[in-house]
Design a protein around this ligand. Structure first.
Ligand code: PLP
Length: 483
């Protein structure tokens, strides 16, 4: 026994290094908070895109420890000074968000308290906050109180949860799979395809519905496809629409699709990961019909400007969700409760999960909703401003977008795609603002996705100066007259 106690004490001494004392905590906090402040202050001037090789050696985990200053220096050099500066307003390439500070503070509190947000019994307050956030989102989309929801890591997992519920509601398994049909648009996000594969539906029939000139689902064609598939003995069961596509920000005709789905008894899913929160703005009418969906996905880490790590799914049919996600186990017997739907673990593949609700709940309590709505309206206006200015520089722009994603290209005779690709290279080399590209109707186009809460008019003006400079260089290279 004596030896045992001696050994415990020896190990305890070393293990206690993990429990940092108050003075040291203060020091670490000061260093980290100073770093964060300087980082935020530098954002408006810093380049939004830098491409360099990571010095992997400096990231190696070695037995020798490092000071916080050294660690922060590595973090700066290898992480924040490399790639797209996604916290910057100059990130208008892929769908951004930005990462509001209040959420970072909430994450800090969630981590320090280490609340267990998966099971009601373990952390009722934390789970009530998760559920309150879900109720708040239900209200926004006029979903009934009886609908259930989950706060997942992002849009991909949220879509996966929704599609799993659709599969289970319609009992799509085994020999039924090859005859079952899913309807979607070529503009659907690729995570939908991934989800179908992951949940065992790789072999369903996928019907891509024809799109109109605004890249939206043509609902007449959709209904004809469904009718014809039914006539041919197939099993249509799921329609997937988008409320804000990734490439062009288009909102499919949700109300028409909702009616068609209802008439033919199909599950209607809406991926509103990017566009959903624009329902709070002057664009509200475009979302008509979303309340009729069986499931929707919306990402607060996009439209509510949160740091990455929060997507939400809402589903009306609770039974369908529980089928795949509710499980009991002997070691969980103390947590068993009649109200299965109160515990997030019964609605998601996750058991232990980060207390994500706090990162949305705290900012809403602190700021109220108004600044979020103003920020979304601002993004819509900035998109219009950017497009108008691009036209004056001689660019062609895509059709009037529903939301804040759009695209443009410089028209040249002959090798237009090559020209625009080169232009994109120059824009990336400059990096003062980050834009991305995509292919639409076989055309290489440059894409803007304006959603960071830090994107301001000054950012767009900076982008225009960069584009003008890059255009000059490209024209010179392609021997095109600059006048
Ligand atoms: C429309 C849409 N759906 C789903 C996703 C995937 O979301 P996440 O990247 O959060 O997994 C995205 C990402 O941009 C998206 O734009």
């Amino acid at each position: 026994m004596k030896l045992l106690i001696k050994q415990i004490k020896e190990h305890e001494k070393i293990a206690n290094l993990l429990e940092i004392n108050a003075i040291e905590r203060q020091h670490l906090m000061n260093q980290v908070f100073t770093f964060a402040d300087e980082y935020i202050e530098s954002l408006s001037e810093a380049r939004s895109f830098i491409s360099k090789k990571v010095k992997q050696d400096s990231l190696k985990v070695k037995s020798k420890t490092k000071s916080i200053d050294k660690i922060l220096a590595i973090f700066k050099d290898e992480v924040t000074e490399n790639g797209i500066r996604t916290a910057s307003g100059g990130h208008i390439g892929y769908i951004p968000g930005g990462g509001i500070y209040a959420s970072a503070l909430a994450d800090f509190l969630a981590a320090v308290s280490n609340e267990y947000a998966g099971i009601y019994y373990v952390s009722p307050g934390a789970v009530e906050i998760e559920n309150e956030v879900i109720n708040w989102i239900k209200d926004i989309f006029s979903f009934p109180k009886s609908a259930i929801g989950n706060l997942a890591s992002g849009g991909s997992i949220s879509n996966l949860i929704a599609l799993t519920a659709a599969r289970d509601k319609h009992k799509i398994k085994n020999e039924k799979i090859p005859k079952s049909v899913v309807y979607l648009s070529h503009q659907a996000h690729h995570c939908i395809h991934k989800a179908l594969r992951i949940i065992g539906l790789e072999d369903v029939i996928i019907r891509y519905t024809q799109l109109d000139e605004f890249f939206k689902i043509n609902s007449v064609v959709l209904e004809n496809q469904i009718k014809s598939d039914k006539k041919n003995g197939l099993n249509p069961f799921l329609v997937i629409a988008s409320a804000g596509t990734t490439d062009v920000g288009a909102i499919d005709p949700l109300n028409e699709i909702a009616e068609i789905s209802k008439k033919h008894k199909l599950w209607f899913h809406v991926d509103a990961a990017y566009g959903g929160f624009f329902i709070l703005t002057s664009k509200k009418d475009l979302f008509k019909g979303i309340e009729k969906a069986d499931s929707i996905v919306v990402d607060p880490h996009k439209g509510m400007f949160l740091p990455y790590g929060l997507g939400a799914v809402l589903i009306k049919d609770a039974k369908a969700v529980l089928h795949s996600h509710h499980y009991s186990a002997n070691y969980m017997q103390d947590a068993a409760t009649d109200d299965l739907l109160k515990s997030p673990a019964n609605i998601s593949p996750e058991l232990t999960k980060h207390f994500r609700g706090l990162r949305l709940w705290l900012p809403l309590q602190l700021h109220g909703l108004k600044p979020f709505i103003a920020c979304l309206e601002e993004k819509l206006l900035l998109t219009r401003y950017f497009r108008e200015k691009l036209k004056t520089l001689g660019f062609n722009v895509g059709p009037e977008p529903d939301l804040s994603v759009s695209y443009f290209w410089y028209p040249v005779k002959g090798n237009q795609n090559e020209f625009n690709k080169r232009l994109m290279d120059y824009i990336h080399q400059d990096g003062s603002v980050f834009l991305s590209s995509t292919i639409l109707d076989n055309k290489f186009v440059i894409r803007m996705a304006i959603l960071s809460f830090r994107t301001k008019k000054a950012t767009i003006d900076k982008a225009l100066t960069m584009i003008e400079k890059s255009l000059k260089k490209t024209k010179k290279e392609f021997k095109i007259n600059s006048d």
